[in-house]
Design a protein around this ligand. Sequence first.
Ligand code: ADP
Ligand code: MG
Length: 810
Amino acid sequence: MNQILDKIIGTYTQDNRKRVIDILRDVKREYKSISKLDLTDEKYFKEKTLEFKKRIQKGSSKEKVMVEALALCIRAIELKLGMHPFNTQIEAAIAMQDNVVAEMKTGEGKTLVQILSGYLNALDGNGVHICTANDYLAERDFTENSPVFEFLGLSVGLVRSNSQPSKKRKAYSSDIVYSTVRNIAFDYLRDNIVKRSEDRIINRPFNYAVIDEVDNTLIDEASTPIILSPDEKSSEYVDVRSKDAYMEVTELLYTKLKGGLLLEPITPEQATATFKKNPQYDYFYCMWDKSIHINDEYLSNELLRDAIAARHFLKEGESYTLTYKKDKNGNNIIGENKLPLKKITIIDASTGRIAAGKKYTNGIQQAIEAKEAYLAKTNDQPYDVEFSNGLVALGICTYADFLQLYKSGVSGMTGTSSELLKDIYGLDTYQVPTRKSNVRIDNTKVYITEKEKYEAIVNQIEECYIIGRPVLIGTTSVKESKLISKMLEERNIVHNVLNAENEAYEAAIIENAGQFRSVTVSTNMAGRGTDIKLSDKARALGGLCVIGTTRNKSKRLDNQLRGRASRQGDPGTSTYYSSLEDERVVRFAGKMDFYKDVLKKQQEITEKRTGRKLEDTSIDTDAVDKAQEKDEFLTRTMIIETIKYNEALVKQRKIIYNFRNKILDSDNIVSLIGDILTEFISEISDKETFDDTFSKYCNVNELANKQEVFDSIMGRIDNTSKMNDYNKIMKKHMLKIVDDYWVAQIQLLEVGKKMWMYEAYGKKDPLEYYDLKAYKLFKDMEYGIYSEIISMAINPNQEYVDTNTDTFGR
Ligand code: ADP
Ligand code: MG
């Protein structure tokens, strides 16, 4: 597992602290001596940067230059931003030079660390990407930090997701690029489908990345792949499976098939046993890991798998919403059954925001649409549901495999620690102490019913509201935010609700969450990265009161919310509420009754004795903690599975992209085709296949030896290549061939992941089986690409037929 991200593996331990502190001392000494000179002239700073760059070019290591460079950078920060970096910030930047993650609590100043670390790593002249959690933060930090970088003679660029290509291209050529990992990964995938080399957006190799809130990228987003989809309007690359096929399967699912809910993830072997024991079920689904088990009869029906996922895992109001489709004038668009048309809009799971224009790929979108159309029809609803053209993935990567591209490595900052960074990525964490000790008081409260829980939450909010103490309420969904908001309205508590809004707006509201009498309800991630400053009045009242309405998937996420209170030694409290009816806890259905009984008894006793409600007892939090631990374990398993199963695709993608770039950048296509032909001929050892393949182009019977086959075919190619525009035409053909095969390959590998696991059962290790299958598919693809290229090279005027299309049809 540990080789997966060998680029960002560190062997760091806290033992290194002494060494880091020693370097810090040197930096401070050096800083003293330059600040004495009282130099404020830009020219001096720029020349110094050039000097450092030269020294590194001449072979000095970054470490050798580090002390002087940091001292200079500190001085520049002081001059341009009027802040003197704290020791802890310098310490973090020093540690990060070993490609480790610096853990710094909320409000300790991670934004400034970007400058220190970014500057050090830009000195090799190969560029640094500074990645934040979203576009808004990228722009904010770019705007704040640019003056320092520019003062030091480094160019700075900003890449937003919606920036124009020409703007992006310019930004990417800067020494320092501000963006998000997501944006950059998308641009990377896009660069690998361009038709002309000048259309590429990123024209430098990936060198070094500093990632703020790295836990978000590598843990929260780790099992969601980044998928590049084609423009919906272009008819190239659509999934040809028809609406009828989806509707048919959906109807089958709702009317004929019986499914069972699993409480725990099971292996394919256990699934077989489960089916045997429960012959009445056609499929099982597991809420925990969102896995689906289908019995033999339906196993090969890939659409059914998507339909089951759409039915049980993707719910309206949680994963997506249904809204009326409007024309330009705001009128309803009418569908084929003469009813107004509704469309599916995805809700981003982590932010609760509407992801406008986004669609699910690989059949899930259609499965949801078929489900909603079916439900609308059977429930006699007054609307139709729009059916989309299926989109296939043009390119795919994960955050983790994308980061492997950075040659000099990756480092980052995180506000909350996680063992997963080490366990999964081999990434060490360096804990930076807080500057002032944290005085926040953390509470945990558990209630039996959800109703009691929300009552208690609103009571606490009201208590604060009456005295004017600010409250920040973090919810886990938009639905919950709305519920809380409604309850607050009933009690006439003035408050802000944040959901489905834009990031800049959220930041502006969150910034004021520490003011007198402010009550802010928001989903967990809203306004992340925004510093909540306390007013004097709020401070005197005990500081920010943070309330978590439902425990998150992991303690780390809970701690993220808690961390919003008591920054930099401020007063503050945090309270997490749970009930035994919370979805996560209910999944332990068997155990819940037990806890309920025990709790009820305890409650009665406690109430009798004290007249108070039961809170903060050890037995109650136990159920909730266990549920959360289970989820953490699952996240970990899922990330590891994703990485393992992704490896084959990563390897193949590397080869295909290299091959594609060779074509794109080639000025001598005939010689490249010659290389391809050589490889093609040498790869085939079986006589029958050899004859089958090459008899089309030359008389193989007579030309028994490979050299003669080569000469004969190459002779024909040389001949054809004298035609006008041969290079241009062939380049176009070759790119199209590679792209068509690769798009099909991505689909086959993705589908295979779900299918082969079951095929493999009883035979061998599913992963080993998958890798074997993937390799076989790769060889098939290679054969297809080579033979089509050679055939085109001989006769470039033939109409190219995409013989691959039927693989989508399945
Ligand atoms: P984090 O990202 O770690 O939560 P921020 O970078 O947002 O923290 O910084 C929190 C606050 O501390 C900001 O208002 C910032 O301006 C301030 N700050 C950071 N570093 C310094 C410093 N060296 N001197 C004074 N203020 C600082
Ligand atoms: Mg921050």
